[in-house]
Design a protein around this ligand. Sequence first.
Ligand code: S3P
Length: 174
Amino acid sequence: MNQKPEKNIVLIGFMGCGKSSVAAALGRNWKMDVIEMDQMISEQQGMSIPEIFDRFGEDYFRDLETALLKNLHGRRGCVVSCGGGVPLRKENVTEMKKIGQVVLLTATPETIYSRTAGSDDRPNLKNRKSPEAIAELLEQRRPKYEAAADCIIATDGRTVPEICEELMRNLAEQ
Ligand code: S3P
């Protein structure tokens, strides 16, 4: 049986980097509670994420993310899967660091494109339907992702169990 880590794990990264799949696997195999920020926000608001963007705008959604993060203080034994935009606010990075160890999952624009092309549930990818367009946004965000991370794990060409093993090994060494 894998031992539950002492600290919470906070997963960050661009859309399509595998945060939700990795969080679910950590939840199953390390018996951690999984907190899916997008899902919680959507449930609390009674609306899908695209609907929140459409009706109230991105800034409103970002405020909901910040409020939710602040509410996670005090939770133990959790893996938090953050929406891809959470590390863009400095305030959120401070909050994430209080919650647990921050792990950045990365992938190339080609991988991200292949993982996300089939779905329309991400407003910020709506007009970015090519690896080149994804690369542009990814490069804008990269410095913020990297500055927030305690550890970085590349996901291209790797299975979810392989990613989880490396992540846990990495965190244990910190
Ligand atoms: C966003 C990422 C999404 C979701 C929203 C905005 C972003 O989450 O929070 O569509 O701007 O990167 P995922 O990273 O889980 O797709």
